[in-house]
Design a protein. Sequence first.
Length: 175
Amino acid sequence: MKARVTWPVGTGYAVRVLLAMGLCWAIILALRLNDPIWALISVIMVTDPDPVAAARLARARLLNTMAGVVIGLACLLSCGAQPWVVFLGVAVAILVGSRQVDSPAKIRLALITVVLVLGTGAVRHSTAAAVEAALRRAGEVLLGCVVPVLLAWLLDKLRRAPVDQSSPDVAGDEE
């Protein structure tokens, strides 16, 4: 009889998060990028043992991030890299987002992205720096969303794989 191992609550989640974070960090290093922060944050926000739930979380995170990038870049390119444009971008994101979702909480990621993009431009007085921040954030969030979704799918497939019952418990029984 085999003893059943019980793990502390949260062990599976910890393993999934740490594995996805490690994969993202390795990919970022392989691509010679220097800042994995948004990818790692995305991993934490998206990781779920259920592949459908992970995909739903990833979709929401990606849509909000892309909305923030688009709104931020539109404001930046039409008004320039000025401090007041940060406030304009947030107002636009709230107005656009409020028409699309039923809760202001659901658009917070778009607002954060707008502030990141336009704030970078305003602080550095550079449209190019803001565009780079937008593209970098979008890429890191994409990576941080795709990795845990693929990992959830893979681990779910492995968990559901049939166990071969025909193999002997003791070596040498079938000779």
